[in-house]
Structures are given as structure tokens and as C-alpha cells.
Design a protein around this ligand. Sequence first.
Ligand code: PLP
Length: 411
Amino acid sequence: MTGSGEHGDFQDHSEPSQGVQLGFDTRAIHHAFDPVGFSRAVQPPVFMTSTYGFESVAANDAAAALGGRLYAREYNPTTEILERRLANLEGAEAGLVVSTGMAAFGALVLSLLSQGDELVVHKTLYANTVAMVEQGLPRFGIKVVSVDLSDPRNLDAAITEKTRLVYFETPVNPLSAILDISAIAERAHKRNVKVTVDSTFASPALQRPIEHGADIVLHSLTKYINGHGDTLGGALLGDAETLNTLHETGLRYITGATLSPHSAFLIMRGLKTLSLRMARHSASALSIARMLEAHPAVAWVSYPFLDSHPDQTIARKQMSDGSGMLAFGLHAGFDGARAMLDRLQLLTRAVSLGDTDSLIYHPASISRARQSIRKDAHLIEGVGEDLLRLSVGLEDVGDLIGDLRQALQVL
Ligand code: PLP
């Protein structure tokens, strides 16, 4: 299949040839790009342009009538390859990439919800998504209903005639709790409500929510999909009609939060090694989770593929591996977490996640510090003062374990 666009040069390398569907890694490397039209360059071109010229007024009219491709806020050939590649990997019909994960959430809710509509969310979400649902959306007359979706039956009472969308993360940031995608989607669909899953913690290499009944998938591309901690990005993947709305409304005039083609190039470079990286992140995180669980200073560990994880069965049903994210708490609580962080020599004290470098942070310290500038800053529902979130990177696992052990020694 030849791709869309005037260039007509993007070829879908993952189209089944003689009935064979190419594998995930092959598609992550090749899908939606044919080098033939580009001097056989092995890597996709980066189109740094703000607008596109037309050979005549009639050609310009025709392009406008087809819905755009006039201006780089709405269309760029480089970002389009990334959109098509991500959609393919998630099993979606279409995709949209934007400048950050938060821009993706903004485009989603501000395009699909109007005054008087209701949004159902799981009670624990990424802190800035919480800010948007608690402070942003109510200002526009959108009601947000926060429920505990760890029991999908709670959805039944939360959905009303006005509910337009159910939104949750799995794994849940920062708890590494797991929500049952198919059970939630089934209940939402019975009431004709669409489901969006933020799958940032897993990436499509480990979890593809659409295969479990979700309608739309959101990613912060900043995390595992780029994977190298050197750019921000966000994506929405789903059915063609909804994605057209998100593109034509959410990106074009509501947020205008275009992804730079240079960032799209970097994210495509990261994407090529996604499943290799996720295998290493997952293996190292499991070893670290087991070490922490056996350590006398550690009170609890949450890692989806640990035998002790309460949602382990659901995790194994919808994820092929555990990812690199884990949460834990120390017997020494809030002060112990701070003391341990200060003793680390190799792991980096930083927010964000999914990078080559191991990153660790203490949400309670950050939220207390923020209170000096924002009185309403608070810890997210379900997050304790002792919780440490660890994003296990790609360093040698023995070195990471050694650093954590020496930091825990005095506690
Ligand atoms: N969703 C999750 C689960 C996240 O962890 C984050 C950021 O940490 C976001 C969304 C927002 O993504 P971004 O930082 O790219 O705006």
C-alpha cells in the first residue's frame, strides 16, 4: 500500500505480503516509510518547514477542500510516518502525535467533551492529569467523576447519561497498580461509553490496550517510546473517525501543540529499539524488585510481575512483561526515603521515566516543596508519604542493585 500525501512515497512495509504479517520489531523499524522516493536514505527525512507551496490556486483550493496539508501545525511528512507507525504497532486505525503527553490529554478531552458532559476517571492518575481533571475541566463545565476502577463494577454507578469517556492508566502512575482493561471496556461499552487507556508505563511492546477492548490509547512519547530522555512528545491512537476529530479540532485549533519534526525523528529512532529495551528494563526491574522485597529496610514493593503483586494475574493477562517501573516504601517512611535518595551515587534523582538512565523520585518530597508556591499542591489519591518511584534503566543491573543496597545500608 502506498501511503497518503502528495509525496506518495511512504510505503507500508508491514502490509502482509503473501499473507504474512510482519513482526512487531520489523514494523517498529520500517512501517510507513519507503526510502525509494528519498534517495534511498535509510532513515526518514526531517521536513523542517512551516508551510507548503502549491503550483496553482486551483491546487491550493483542492488541498484545502481535502482537509488541509497547507500548514505545518496540522501536517508534516515526518510526523505522519510516526503517527502511522505508532497506530500500526497499537493495532489502531489512525494516530495523532503532539508535543507532549499532556498535550495529548488536552487534545483528547477538549475535543471530545463539552460543557455539561461527564468524564469518569480512575482515582489515581499522573499528577498533572489530576490537575487537569480537578482544576482545568470543571472551569469549562465538564464534570469529572473519580472512582476506584480496581473494581470494574464501580463503573456502573459512575456512568450516567452524560458520560462521554472513561479514562485510566494501567499500570497506574506511580503505584504500578494494574487495572483490568477488558473488564472495564466491557462495562463501559454496555453503556455506549468509549474508553481511553494511558499505556505510557507499558508501551506497545508490552501492552496493546485496543487488543483488550479499549477505544483510544494515549502515550507520553517522552517516556519509553522515545526512551532516551532527550525530547518530549505525546500520542493518541484509535479509530479513524475519532482521530480525525482529534486532529482537526484538538490539534488544529484547540491546542495547536504540534510535535516538532526533529522530535518525531528522535522518537522514531528510539522506537526502533523499543522491544529490546523493554525486555532489559523488565528483566532488571524484576531482579531489583526481588532484591528490595527481601531487604530488611524495605516495607513493601509494588511490581506487576512479582508474585506478591495483588493484580499479578491481570497484569499477566494483558502485559507480556512487567516493564521497568516499580514503587516501594521503607520502614523508615518519609524521612528514610529522603535519606536513602541522598545516599545514591549511580541512580539519578529525577522525575520522568522510561529512559536509558535509571531515575528515582519521592513524590511526597516534591509535593511538600511545591506547597510553598502552590497551596493546593497535594499528594495524589492512593500515594503514601513513603512511596519511592523507580524507573529502572538500562545500566548493568548488578551496578544498580549495588547502589541501592549501599543507600539502604544505614536504614
Ligand atoms: N501519562 C503518564 C502516565 C505520565 O507519567 C506522564 C508524565 O510523566 C504523562 C502522561 C504526561 O506526559 P508528558 O510529560 O510528555 O506531558
